[in-house]
Design a protein around this ligand. Sequence first.
Ligand code: GRF
Length: 202
Amino acid sequence: MKLGVLVSGTGTNLQALLDAEARGELAPGEIAVVVSNRPGVPALARATAAGKPAEAVDHKQFAERRAFEDRLLAVLAARGVEAVVLAGFMRVLTAHFVEKFPLRVVNTHPSLLPAFPGVDGPAQAIAYGVKVAGVTIHFVDTSLDGGPIIAQVAVPVAPGDDAAALHARIQREEHRLLPQVVQRLAAGRYTCEGRRVVERAE
Ligand code: GRF
């Protein structure tokens, strides 16, 4: 299954996907293209270094969100993309985009959803004082980080953690979990019963 990975920045999650693919651990998933809404970010360089097509679609060049999404859709369609992974992609997608890929768009978020959606999940967790944080991989719908939950891993908050230290600990789990979920998505192992994601055994 051809995958499009959407990014906005550093791209450590993209790197985890690229490394998993290089080890043969993403099949039948195959990264067909990497697209960033911000030009010149490290994530695009990571894609190029791995020999993957990498394109910037700068949202600032589009007056309307729909035109931005149409361009994204065109880039993905040109590469035959069937499923989309949001790996640190910092734009909200509308129904116009999401409905083109039913149960085929996933996002990774650095909190135990439904706690702390939106930006700065780790900073929100520190400010709230929770003792357990974590990572959530979920299907994307039109809500903000509110789609059906596919997988979660809990991560302890250590005394003295700041947001950066907690985020780093969360990312170690995120980099393991995301490729695993993407492989299973590509293998068609997930279905939804209402909000509940059900995983078929291999
Ligand atoms: C990740 O922690 C992800 O959960 C969040 O943004 C961060 C992106 O990091 N949505 P990177 O660009 O993959 O390094």
